[in-house]
Write a protein that binds this ligand. Sequence first.
Ligand SMILES: [Zn+2]
Length: 408
Amino acid sequence: MAWSGHWDSDRVALVWSRDLLSYRFGPDHPFDSRRLELLVDLLESAGLLRPHDLLPPREASAEELRVAHESAYLEALERMSRSGEGEPGAAERFGLGTEDNPVFPGMAQAAAWVAGGALEAADAVGGGRFLHVFHPAGGLHHAQRGRASGFCLVNDAVLAVERLRRRWGMRVAYVDIDAHHADGVQAAFYEAADVLVVSLHETGRYLFPGTGSIDERGRGAGAGRTWNVPLDAYTEDASWIEAFRRVVPPLLERFAPDVLVSQHGADGHRLDPLTHLALTTESYRAAGESLHRLAHELCDGRWLALGGGGYAVWEVVPRVWALLWSEMSGRPLPERIPGSWLERWQPLSPVPLPARFLDPLPGEEGAFPPIPRRPAIEALNRRTVDRLLGLDAGSLGGPAGRPGTGGR
Ligand SMILES: [Zn+2]
């Protein structure tokens, strides 16, 4: 199942401390940081986490945050974080105090912890202290330079990519499998020659943020460095995995990155309440395995994985991210969810918790009702595939177009 070439020697880390739980918009908000507690407890209960795996986050400084954000936005975030109250016009100007991004006391610090975790992770991978790092609290891919968006107050993904470019001189491939388009990351690197941005997501026709069409392809020096794979609602595993395999490995092979940054939003799962994709753990297993292999084949193993969306907090997110950690660490998942974890969390959960890590495959007992493969999904539409893998992909550059290689 897992990439079998290197796992004994892979040095892996999980970015974690309870400070990351402070990123919470309130009890009725779908972005629920308890999923991190559920994940870490699940990893510990299953024997998949060792004390020396932990990489503690820190608060990013204002100067560090300014790499990805405008000062006026950061100052507004800080002010409202102190007062705990919105300001007139802040929703329109800064995206703060909206239904998606309500103001809460301490929000600037909470965001700085997530951002600092991503910077620590980028330095650990860039500097070679760890080969693979997973930052499950990260992946806030919607935040824009001057405004909060889609539950994202700061864009830790942009910060991590920028750190890897600027401090470590690396050419970065960013792959985002969240059900929502990676609009904030795309915008940040739309004209960059040394960052490849690939996003697989539910089509924006009916889903936030509405962007991510195949026609968004980068501009200027970044032309041909942005790739979007919009998928129809109800896309199931077989179609999703085919789309991933036909697009992600060939693009990364042609781009020849120094490091892989991936975003693992778990909200494409069939049980997720906010989106309409119909994936099971099988898609996440396949994607994790493929990304792991690509990291070793193309980047000497350098791989930073971020979390992201995921709103089936109890029954999906901890399992999907445990599966990723199992892949990264080479430690096999047990078949069954540990009884101690179920005993602790089932009484608090509004839904029955699954007994196994992996969803049943089609034909197995308890499997989801089948959804037919959809040849009409946008990504598998012939024209789309031709455009995705056509002549333009040949111009991705590769090592000859590499910028400075200091720090490698
Ligand atoms: Zn590995």
